[in-house]
Ligand binder design. Structure first.
Ligand SMILES: Nc1ncnc2c1ncn2[C@@H]1O[C@H](COP(=O)(O)OP(=O)(O)OP(=O)(O)O)[C@@H](O)[C@H]1O
Length: 623
């Protein structure tokens, strides 16, 4: 990738000039944290630098952008020297409660607590398993017993290494253990083990650059702070989204010699900056606004689908539905690689449900003898991923294996070659896209009663962060989702945002007079009282758009596309029910969309009303 022309602004110049041994750069989205670290590396080309970031996609992106003197890694990549030892014996992978239940013949509920205890230990900076790692669901009196169990499992996990044997264990015993155990060393397990070797990165690198510091867990934070070489950290407290992995910003500003704040985003124009500020102010009381350096950049609230664009969803299930809807019309790219998305698992869930007798390979799914057992497990554990796989399996039924194959076939390996990039909000961190569609499967932060939720749990705060991260990935065009539109509507009625200020922020239309449109497409009836034309007109007003453009010519087609994307509706009757209008009218529109390449015909194979129309047309064409 070509080097970025980088002219630091005043705040960035302060960070670049800092000679602090430990520097913390706190900055909002798009303010140039990564660009700053790249520039620092460029200016110090004589130094061997280590750049650590969160997630493989970010690391790969960085590898192409940083100069030669920089080694780019994720924390798990650094720990792979240990993780690889488990891989060699085929024993590296996810560790599910079902595996613990099977390995130790213990009830699933206890296996779940045991897994959580181990997880809490692995991500902590502690060197032994303690009662504090046991979840609060287990009473204090029982915690020592739970610790004993976790110690036993941890020692068995260590035996999974190629060369490691348990105390007094013979070669034959070890071989039998490896053959029969369902245990796997999870990613956080080998990271922990690596951290326990006290890695001395300062011997290999002259300085360390750590991006996305807000997603660092205590175990890795301790590794970084132990190094004697200079360290530069950059991040955004509001982009902490990996709390479920135990990564709740483990750094304290007091541990740093200098803290620099950067406030101006270069990624997007003032309208997105205002929306991002609104999210943070309303739900966290944050005082510092997100500012944009791009006063000239007017945001388009409509995506031009003839040009490449990205789709960010909260859940894999909705991304699957989106990909299905695009089959036959677009080249797709799943950011991070399609195999990183649980589509093979979905096929296995389908086989289990349909009882096809297919050999199941997934370590979790294959542990269940029947679909009802899997459903009971999802219920017991409240495992959201399994819940969503189950619901997608039910919705798409026998079509699943074929749809997954078609999605894979429609995928291109390079994002540059794709028409549409699909990714989850979690994977979107650190990335940016000229055009972006946000799916409406994020957590609703406005209640049914129209009031904002109190974000009084870490999990709910992470949901806000996810929305903020997703929103701030857009550069010039974005289609907002229902969740953000609901917040805008609330803020406007509560008088929290100044209509004039927001409208003014987007009024600097670029040369050529680009249209400013709030897409604002709701699910269901566009004119339904639930949303109301008035409310949308206000949203449009807020960002200086022309509300009339919301109701343009191909309104029904847009609504159909959206209902397919968001609700997975694949019959004319289902669509007519959700959108209003007759089945015939909707089937006509769908057939037109198929014929002009906007939708794939395979989606509607089960819908007689649509196929009839298509067949009639094919016959007429042939005649
Ligand atoms: N001083 C600058 N002048 C012009 N463009 C800049 C400047 N600093 C950063 N940029 C550009 O702004 C965009 C955002 O930068 P970058 O990705 O480094 O931000 P970030 O703070 O790491 O974002 P996030 O935390 O949201 O992922 C990039 O396209 C980058 O090239």
């Amino acid at each position: 990738m070509a080097a970025i022309a980088f002219t630091p602004n005043t705040e960035q110049a302060v960070a670049l000039a800092s000679t602090a041994h430990r520097l913390l750069v706190r900055a909002k989205a798009g303010t140039g944290k990564t660009a700053l670290l790249i520039e620092h590396a460029r200016r110090n080309s004589h130094l061997r630098l280590l750049y650590v970031t969160f997630g493989k996609a970010n690391q790969e992106d960085a590898a192409a952008r940083f100069p030669q003197n920089v080694t780019t890694k994720t924390s798990h990549g650094l720990a792979w020297e240990v993780g690889g030892q488990f891989k060699k014996t085929g024993k590296q992978g996810d560790l599910f409660p079902s595996q613990l239940a099977k390995a130790y013949n213990i009830p699933m509920a206890f296996a779940r607590h045991l897994r959580e205890t181990l997880h809490n230990f692995m991500v902590s900076a502690d060197s032994e398993i303690l009662p504090a790692h046991v979840p609060s669901m287990i009473g204090d009196a029982d915690k020592p017993k739970a610790v004993e169990w976790a110690v036993l499992v941890w020692s068995d996990l260590l035996r999974l290494r190629q060369w490691s044997r348990g105390c007094g264990e013979s070669q034959a015993e070890r071989a039998e253990f490896l053959d029969t155990t369902p245990l796997r060393m999870p990613h956080d397990g080998y990271l922990k083990l690596w951290a326990m070797t006290n890695p001395e990165l300062h011997h290999r690198y002259d300085a360390i650059l750590l991006d996305e510091y807000q997603d660092t867990n205590p175990v890795f934070a301790a590794v970084i702070l132990r190094q004697s070489c200079p360290v530069r950290l950059a991040g955004d407290d509001f982009q902490s989204i990996f709390g479920f992995r135990g990564a709740y910003n483990a750094f304290d500003p007091a541990q740093f010699d200098e803290v620099v704040t950067i406030s101006e985003s270069h990624r997007f124009g003032p309208a997105i900056a205002k929306l991002a500020t609104m999210l943070l102010t309303e739900f966290t009381g944050e005082q510092q606004p997100v500012r944009s350096s791009r006063a000239d950049l007017a945001t388009r609230f409509e995506v031009d689908r003839t040009q490449p664009y990205a789709i960010i969803g909260r859940t894999n299930a909705r991304l699957f539905a989106s990909a299905v809807a695009l089959l036959g019309t677009k080249r797709l790219h799943f950011v991070g690689g399609v195999d990183e998305y649980p589509f093979d698992k979905l096929v296995e869930v389908h086989h289990l449900r349909a009882n096809t007798g297919a050999q199941l390979r997934d370590p979790l799914i294959s542990a269940f003898a029947s679909f009802s057992q899997l459903e009971a497990y999802a219920q017991d554990t409240d495992d959201k991923e399994i819940h969503s796989l189950i619901s997608v399996a039910k919705q798409y039924g026998d079509q699943i294996p074929s749809l997954v194959s078609q999605i894979k076939a429609a995928c291109v390996s390079k994002i540059e070659d794709a028409d549409v990039a699909l990714l989850t909000a979690h994977r979107s961190k650190g990335l940016e896209f000229p055009q972006l569609v946000l799916l409406s499967d994020f957590h609703n932060l406005i209640t049914d009663g129209g009031l904002p939720l109190a974000l009084d749990t870490p999990e709910l705060r992470q949901e806000l962060h996810l929305l903020y991260v997703a929103l701030t990935r857009a550069k010039s065009a974005i289609e907002l989702n229902e969740q953000i539109l609901a917040i805008v509507r609330y803020c406007e009625t509560a008088g929290r945002v100044s209509t004039e200020a927001l409208a003014a922020s987007n009024s600097t239309v670029q040369g050529g007079g680009a249209a400013l449109v709030v897409a604002g497409e709701p699910e269901g009836d566009f004119a339904a009282a639930e949303y109301g034309v008035g409310a949308f007109a206000n949203v449009a007003e807020l960002v200086g758009a022309d509300a009339a453009l919301l109701f343009d010519g191909d309104e029904l087609e847009s609504r159909i596309e959206l209902a397919i994307l968001r609700q997975g509706l694949l019959t004319a009757a289902g669509l007519a029910d959700a959108l209003g209008g007759s089945v015939g009218e909707v089937a006509d529109a769908v057939a037109t969309m198929v014929r002009c390449g906007r939708l794939s015909a395979v989606l509607f194979l089960d819908c007689e009303a649509v196929t009839q129309r298509l067949v009639t047309n094919i016959q007429l064409d042939a005649a």
